[in-house]
Structure formats: C-alpha cells, structure tokens
Design a protein around this ligand. Sequence first.
Ligand SMILES: Cc1cc2nc3c(=O)[nH]c(=O)nc-3n(C[C@H](O)[C@H](O)[C@H](O)COP(=O)(O)OP(=O)(O)OC[C@H]3O[C@@H](n4cnc5c(N)ncnc54)[C@H](O)[C@@H]3O)c2cc1C
Length: 1053
Amino acid sequence: MGLRRFIQASYFQCARTSGILKHVRYKPPSLVQWRHSGSSLYKAVIFDMGGVLLPSPYRVAVEWEVRNHIPPGTIKQALISGGENRPWMRYMRGELTSAAFLQEFGQQCSEIANFSVPVDSFLSDLTSSQMSKQLPIMTEALECIRAEGLKTAVLSNNFYLHSGVSFLPLDRNQFDVVIESCREGICKPDPRIYTLCLERLGVQPKESIFLDDIGQNLKAAAQLGIKTVKVDDPEAALKELETYLGFPLWGFVPQTRLVRPTMEIPKDPLQKYLEEVLGGRTTGPLILRQFSHGQSNPTYYIKFGDRHLVLRKKPPGNLLPTAHAVEREYRVLKALAEAGVPVPKVLALCEDSSIIGTPFYLMEYCTGHIYKDHSLPGLDPGQRRAIYSAMNKVLCKIHGVDLKAAGLEDYGKHGNYVQRQVQTWTKQYRATETHTIPAMERLIEWLPLHLPGNQKTTVVHGDFRLDNLIFHPEGPEVLAVLDWELSTLGDPISDVAYNCMAHYVPSHCDMLKGLKDCDVTQLGIPTAEEYFQMYCEHMGIPPIENWNFYMAFSFFRVAAILQGVYKRSLTGQASSAAAESGGKQVELMANLAWDFATKEGFRVFKECPAAKPLARPYSTWTRNGAFSRRNYVTVAPSSPAHTSNAHLILSPDGLPGRAQDLYRKLRRFMEIHVYPAEQVLRDHQVSQSRWTPHPLIEELKDKAKAEGLWNLFLPVENDPEVKYGAGLTNQEFSHLCELMGTSLFAPEIFNCSAPDTGNMEVLVRYGTEEQKERWLQPLLDGKIRSCFAMTEPQVASSDATNIEASVVEEKGFYILNGHKWWISGALDPRCQLCVFMGKTDPEAQRHKQQSMLLVPMDAPGITVTRPLSVFGEEDPPAGHGEILFENVRVPKENILLGPGRGFEIAQGRLGPGRIHHCMRLIGYSERALALMKKRVTSRVAFGKPLAEQGTILEDIAKSRAEIEQARLLVLKAALLMDTAGNKAAALEIAMIKTVAPLMALRVIDRAIQAFGAAGLSNDYPLAQFFAWARALRLADGPDEVHRTAVAKLELKR
Ligand SMILES: Cc1cc2nc3c(=O)[nH]c(=O)nc-3n(C[C@H](O)[C@H](O)[C@H](O)COP(=O)(O)OP(=O)(O)OC[C@H]3O[C@@H](n4cnc5c(N)ncnc54)[C@H](O)[C@@H]3O)c2cc1C
C-alpha cells in the first residue's frame, strides 16, 4: 500500500491487466437489482476444486472409458462404492501413494468390469494440463467476491502425485484459505473438514456458501448449516450464487468494487454529460464501479459503450477551499501530458456541481500491467533491470519538465521544500504522538541540522513508486504514471529517495512489500545506490552525496504519516492486533530513518578532515596549576554548538562559546574548591564515620549548582529541549568530564557521577511522566542517589542474558527475588532508588526475557548484606553492595518501558554514559602525569633530579603519547555519537573502553613508580586512581567483551 492510502487520500487506479475484460462471458439479467455486499449475509464462499473450479473429473472418466473400451460407469462406480476404506477415499486422505492407489484402484475396476483394467492412463488424464486449467468464469467470480470484501476458500478432495507433490493446479493467492484433504488426512464428506475450513476462515456456518458438484458433499455441508450450491453447470451455479450474494460475479475490473451506497452518483445526468463530451456516437448502458481505496476523492470506473473511463470527483459536503483539489490534479495531468510525461489522458473537467453534485474530471482508463511486487517475480534479471531503468527514466522525465513552458510555475512554492516538509511532518507527528519513539526524537533534532543546501525546484510526484506505474504488457515501457494527488513543486531528489524505500523494507511489511530480504543484485535489480547513480546519469548531474539524508527524510515522513494512522486506529474500530502492528510499523520506519541519518552523519564525519584541515595554532604546557593545559583547536571558538558537532575539538580552547565558559568555570571551581578538599575527603573515607557522606560534599554541590556547573552530562541529543541538563554535546562534555576526572570526588560534586548519570539518562529516555516526577527530579536536584542492580554472584554477568533474578507479576504488583552484588552506591544513605534488572519471561526470546524496574531502596525484602571492597578500598559512603531481594513488591507502574524491554534499555543506558568513564580515565592520567612531572623535577637521587634520569624521561614521553592517543579516540567516539549516533559509534565506543583503562593503568603506574613508596599511599590520589582504573577493566564490562565486539565489527567492515 502506498503513502496516499495511509493519508486517506483518493485514488485513481486506472489500470487493468491487459485482456481482463475479455473474461466477461455472460451478462446479468437486466432487471436484477444488485444489493451491495455490505448488506450481504455471507462472509465467505467455499469452492470445491474438480468439477467446480476445474473441469469435471466425471467427464474425463466417461471419455477415458470410451477411448479404452471399458464398460461405461466403471470408474464412477469404483469412485463411489466400497465405503470409507475404498482406495479412492484413502488416496484422498493421503494414506496411499500414487503407485499403491493405482494398483488397488485398478484391481477394484477390474473386479467391477470383470476383466483387467489398466488405470494408469486415467490418472494421467485426470491430472493433464487441460484438466488443470481453472474455468475463466470462476476466476472472475473469485475476483468479484474478493473485491466486495468476502473471503474465499478452496476445499478440495485431492491427492499426492507421483512426484510427492499434492495436486492443486490453482493460484493460491485467490484464496484466503486452502484446504487439501490429502494434507489434512480427512476428506469430504467428513464434517470435520468443513469445520476446519470454517475455523480457518473465521466464519460461522450460516455465513458461508459452499459449491460442489457432488451431492453427498453438499449434504454434509448443509447439515452443518452451510448454504450450498450444486454445480452441474458452472454458469448456472454462478447465477444462483449471485442471487444469494446480491452482487454480480462478472465484469470485474481490478481495484474496483460495486459503488458503495453512500457514494452513488446520479447516472442519467452523467450519461447525458458523457454523450455530450464524447460525441453523440457513444451510447449504450452505463456501467459504474468504484475504485476500492480512498475516501477523500471518490474515484469511479465507467464503461460507456466501448469507452473505458475513470471519473474522479470531490466528496460531497462542505470542504476546505484547498482540499480535494480535483481541478489541480486535472491541471497537472493535462500539463504533464503536453510536456510528454506518460500520464492518463484527461478528457474533461466539469466544475458544474449540478451534474453529479460536485465538480469532477474524466480521464481515459489505461490498460497495461502494474507490478505490485517490487522483486518482479516471473521476470529474468535483464527484464527486471529494464523495468527499473524505465521507471528511473520516467522520473527524470517528470523532473525535467520545463515549469514555465508547462505553465506550472505557480504549482507550488519554490525552494526550501525539504525544510517545509520536515516542519509539516514534525508538526503532524507531534499532533498525533502517542508515546515517545526515541528514533523520532533524534530525527526531529537531526533533520533540521542537516538540510540539503542547494535544492532544485521541479515538479515532484510525492508518491513515486513502482506500483503507481502502468507498464506496457509486453515490455519495459511506462504507459502511465498514476496518483498525482501529492504532487507539487519541490526537491526532485526526495522523489528518488522515496522511490528507493522499498529496497530497505522487509517483504512482510504491510505497508509495502519490500526488497530487504532479497539479493537485489542477483535479481538484476539495481541497488538503491546504483538507482541514484542511474538517476544522476539520466539527468546529467553529479552524484548525490547526501542521498542518505533524503532516505532518512523519506522514512521519517512515512513514519509521521503512519503515526497519524496509528493514533486513529487506537480511537477507531481497528482491532488491538491491527493497532499494535500499526504502532510497530511507525517504529520500524523511524528506525530505518535513523539508520540513514546515522550513515549520513558518518559520511559527514569522514569528510570533515578533508573539508576542514586540522589547525594547530599553538601548543603550550605552561600553566602553573595542578596539571597542564592543552591549547589546540580545530574550529573557531565562536562556532554554534551544532556546527561543532561536525569537527573534532582537540582542546578545551576549541570549545564553542557557552561550553568554553562552562569549562573555564569548572576549572576555576576545581582549583578553588575541589583539589583543596581532597585530602579531607580522603581521610574521611578511612574514618569511623565513612558511611555518612561528608558535609563538605553537600556544601560543594550547592556551590556548583549555584554556578550552573550541574548535570552537565546529559547530552543534548537525549535532552533536545535542554530541560534537564546543560545541553552539551558528547564531545563538549568530554573535555569537561576529563577535567572532573582529575579528582575522584569531583563528579559527584557536579552531579555527574555514575551510576546516577546512567539512571538519569534511562529515566529521561524511557521514564513515564510519573516516574520522572518521582525519581528523575530528585536525582537531577542531587537530593537522592541511586544504584543499578544487574550483576549476580552465581552467574557470569558479563553476559547480561545470564541474569537469573525473577520478576513475577501478581495482582497489580511485581514480586522481585534475586541475589545481586557489586551494586555501586547501594550503601549510601542517600540512595533511594534501585534500577533493578530481572527476568519477567525466562521462556521468551533471549533478549526479550529481561525487564527493568524502579525499586525504592526502602521496600521491604531488600537487605544489603555487605560492602565489597576493591583492593581493600570500600569506596564509602557509596560502596559496592551485595544485596538480597526477597519477595520485594513493587507496583506494576514501576516497570520501565514494559515487560521484556530490559535488554533494550540496558543498551540505551550505556549510550553516552559508556564513555564517561573513559573521559575520566584521561583525567586520571593527566593528573597522574602532572603529579609525576612535578615530583621528578623536585626530587634528587644519585646527584641529579629524577627528571634527568633517562628512564624517567622515557616514561614521561610514553605517558604523554599514550594519553594523546587515547584522548583522540575518546573524542572521535564522542564526535561520532554526536554526528552519527551511538549505533554508528559502536566500534569506537568498544575500542576506547578497552584502550582507556589500560592506558591509564600504565600512566598511573609510571607515576607511582616515580613517586616511590609515597605513590602507594593515600597521601596522593595515585593509588586510588590505579585501583579505579583497574576496576574499570571489569566494572563497565570486561575488556575481553569489548575486544570481542571490536573484532566482530572489524570483521564485518
Ligand atoms: C568496582 C565495580 C563496580 C561495579 N558496579 C556495578 C553496578 O553498579 N551494578 C552492577 O550490576 N554491576 C556492577 N559491577 C559488576 C560488573 O558489571 C561485572 O563484574 C562485570 O560485568 C563482569 O561480570 P562478572 O563479574 O560476573 O564476570 P564474569 O562474567 O564471570 O566474567 C569473568 C571473566 O571472564 C572473561 N570473559 C567474560 N566474557 C568473555 C568473553 N566474551 N570473551 C573472553 N573472555 C570473557 C573475562 O576475563 C571476565 O573478566 C561492578 C564491578 C566492579 C568491579
């Protein structure tokens, strides 16, 4: 289905498969008054196969007997006599192979005929190609039945052929249900097979009609309450069927049905008008059908005399002046036809509402072939390529129309098409939003920042798809482009991208049967990239570099449209399953859009250095403070935040204005308040009162908050309205986070410490308004602290799918049981929230078993049994707790996002927060190196300062080089997260997570060595830095896991 179908727009599907009308075999009695299917009692029609859809097997038997000099009636008698276990019945129940059947059936016939009857050739005749041809009147009847919204089934007593394949020479697509006796092991007239068929159709016996040529089969059906039609003469049977259904079973036109009662138009005035417009010679009965889709502009098929036409009108009632602009469609079709674009030929525009009640226009009904399936089954690779090439050329033809010459200069606004579209669809999306879709949030932020610069203005179709084209039945020639309702003036590349969407949509998608699961190259279909290239070649323009942007835009637009449909389905009559699948499609489209945004971001990122070579104006290390300062930049400091996203900012001096101000303030705060407080705080950590937070921390938190140095960590991407954080990009925060990392106490003072940061990110992204109010706000205010409980002692928790804690639903509550350990922050008396991960459904798919819940730390059943220590350090007052959860009850509303979404949240939780540790590790290392340099220049051994010892010099050099390398990787990961998204940055994130702790360990170790024994003491931060760097090789997931991820991604590249 196409875009317009989702916007409830109108249609003029004016195609028919060539020759379809030739199937009309008989006419209805002129006096029959057809009822509309809406008023039909029946919901399904069930057909027998042989003798109903296919020619009668009894006739074959008669002819075969004559040809083979067998007494007449032998076969018929063998077929019907002998009870349930006669060979024919066993054969139809799939109990006999062909060979066994022929042997037993031959014997049965021989006994009846009293001489040997070789029946092999009878079976061959029965299954011959002539017997396998469906009766054309039946084909048309099936089409008519389905067009009126009824279901169809074939209920066949059939058998397996020699090849082992069942005999069913029918196009299965004609039926909603296919029942084959040999597969089911039961056959007519066993009532169970009818019941099975009804069940699969989802209808009651009295809602169905059954057609068969055998009386006993019909009798069994009638006994169940099914209406029956005996088929002796197929034509007569269909006439009888018509009387029950209330509509004709002839005259089918693809995509059409009888005119709906509310959509009828007066025939007489229309006929008069047609006679005038077409010239007096066209006369005859006027046949009207309605195209099935579209309520906004009703569209009708007309057969008048020998003319096949399409009429498209405005709907009745009061309309907005710009809506339902059939005049506009008429105008563009006329102009395009004159410009040589293949479109249906328009015949007349009637603006006089007195004829049929509203204005309308007429066009020729085009014949040809519409390819519904983008994989073009049945064609060879060369033919497929030719079809795609023809489609591409016709699009170029549309885009090449000279607006002035065609009189279409005022057909739409000029310029900024994509921008206007993004605004429109963002507004529409917001108006129909039902829940937060992270990808849509990111796109709404991202698209306006990446709009294409030079947009051309041409006619754009707005819904250009393969199945909106009518092809010549014999070759790759486009005869007509349909569906111009969304056409306007705009950026032509948006049509090309829209045209390529099918390449990325899976084949099972309701909206569009896509090509994602196909090997397009093998099929001969150009890849999307090749299709874009083909377009550029046909248009004679340079390659479109930012085509990923246009793909992102196309999928975004569709996601926004589908969201509107989804919202309506929630309030309307749609079943909950249909509504749910609608909701999933929005997310599918949004995620596809975001994948393209990511690719585009990556492309921009990769092109950055070439476009803007890194400048390094100066590099000094002259500061007198605790450690050195770096001063090299790649962009002007005045760049706005989003521009800076696209460039590596190697030094804090390269930060854009506000971020740089924050950095300077932060540095001053560190120097004035944090470094001087360290020794007091370190001493407190080994005192008796260590499990009570030191009041100095709260004091410094208040000061930091007052200075605006608060919640700096929340990336603007997750907090686009800067409601919660400081609105910094990941890259900007990297520099500030590194600075905080130079002191182990600093992150908490600025409310930027783990695990609160990760938990806050989760609440921002996935929390409901109530959850945010209860937990996020106090966390953002620094009033409470939190912990994250995933790891369990009894399982290898580096693999999160191993966790065993159980979460069981019970009367509006979840009951939690589990044993967790290494839960950082759990001992802090301010810790009031635990984000708990457990399994709600251990039987579900591996990554859908887990859920995350918000658990108040004072809930009954939670026992923190002990603090664990890292190299003897307990890290008070936060600590790392071992915790028992025993029958802990939390209300159902405390679940995050919903059952089975825990793994997904865990992935999201590790978004930007994943590299905060790395940023801080660079800070540890800078501080360690700064302390080392100071120490070695002032301390003398063996007659000269340590700094003059060769090994010390070498250590300093190594440390500087290693810090620089790691920082570059941190910044690259952060920049990629900003520009291309967390997913695209997965490789860099995994790399830096293994690189940063190892680098820090080496740098800190060298510093400790240079300090001598003092380096191991608590008089300096070095020992603690070392312990934490070591712990981080596990705490954030073991190194090996990150390295495995790197290798896997590398192997995929
Ligand atoms: C200081 C600290 C703080 C922590 N804070 C928290 C917290 O707040 N909340 C929380 O839930 N958890 C926390 N943890 C726990 C941490 O997340 C886990 O220790 C970590 O995920 C590893 O799990 P595990 O200890 O069960 O090791 P296991 O899973 O048993 O792994 C043991 C070892 O097996 C090897 N290994 C595992 N997988 C692979 C692989 N794919 N390839 C090769 N080798 C492999 C590695 O060498 C690994 O170290 C913390 C840990 C520490 C040290």
